[in-house]
Ligand binder design. Structure first.
Ligand code: CIR
Length: 254
């Protein structure tokens, strides 16, 4: 079975962390309706959705992807680069320990799950504002015994690696080439977003299909031209909190 862990949207989302965007009002009801549509898309693509509660004092807890890296063999509890997010970890760890052995990234190491992109046994890790060299080194030590290699990627002008690149087919990345160094990806093919849609590189691959924000129709055309089946979801409200479609779930087989 494929499980998707999600979290409720906290009423405190209006106080979320912001790095690249100006604060604009977030309509919590709209955000919750869109989040329900996202969860329905996960179900339609074959996932069982388990929604965890959000703390009233955890503005960014809906962005559950950042709190862990779940591999078949181990779940690594991350160490958010934003100190305000570190109370989010416990709830997620409790949910994951039923399914995986747990390991932890420890301070002064920091690592956000949104910076970790898995391609087979390779983990590409964005080295930016949220994830530091110690966090990357700790991740490498944790996953090496299971046969994974870790490859740092320099990112710029974006929050996480997965803002700039996600896997949309076994051999293909959807990328915003302005925001990252593509050299570490070697032989992988790249498909560029439409230049008018800089935030469109964030797609969530479930089986052979991808969930993608419906606000980016031009990039969707690029994907469909490659024969990739897209499930569009409305994601405009959480985008105001710098969240995308990968951020709102942790998907893994149980
Ligand atoms: C933050 O700054 O941490 C949140 N406002 C947004 C996190 C988005 N997460 C992600 O891209 N993986």
């Amino acid at each position: 079975m494929r499980l998707a862990l999600t979290r409720q949207i906290s009423p405190a989302i209006v106080h979320c962390e912001l790095t690249h965007l100006e604060r604009t009002p977030i309509d919590v009801d709209v955000a919750r309706r869109q989040h329900e549509q996202y969860e329905q898309a996960l179900r339609d693509l074959g996932c069982k959705v388990q929604r965890l509660p959000s703390g009233d004092d955890q503005p960014d807890s809906v962005f559950i992807e950042d709190t862990a890296v779940v591999l078949d063999e181990v779940a690594v509890i991350a160490q958010p680069g934003a100190a305000s997010r570190r109370t989010e970890l416990k709830e997620v760890e409790n949910a994951l320990q039923r399914h995986r052995m747990i390991q932890w990234i420890e301070l002064p190491g920091t690592l956000d799950g949104g910076d970790v992109l898995r391609v087979g046994r390779r983990l590409f890790v964005g080295a930016g504002a949220r994830t530091n060299a110690q966090g990357i080194a700790q991740l490498r030590a944790i996953v090496a015994p299971f046969g994974y290699t870790v490859h740092p990627v320099t990112i710029r002008d974006c929050l996480h690696l997965k803002s700039a690149a996600t896997l949309v087919r076994g051999d293909m990345l959807l990328v915003n080439p302005q925001w990252l160094d593509l050299a570490p990806f070697g032989e992988l093919k790249t498909l560029a977003i439409h230049p008018d849609e800089p935030f469109a590189a964030n797609a969530l691959r479930i089986g052979e299909r991808v969930i993608h924000a419906e606000e980016f129709p031009r990039t969707r055309e690029h994907l469909e031209r490659e024969g990739i089946a897209v499930r569009p979801v409305p994601a405009s409200e959480l985008a105001k909190a710098e969240g995308g479609v990968t951020c709102c779930s942790l998907v893994f087989d149980v």
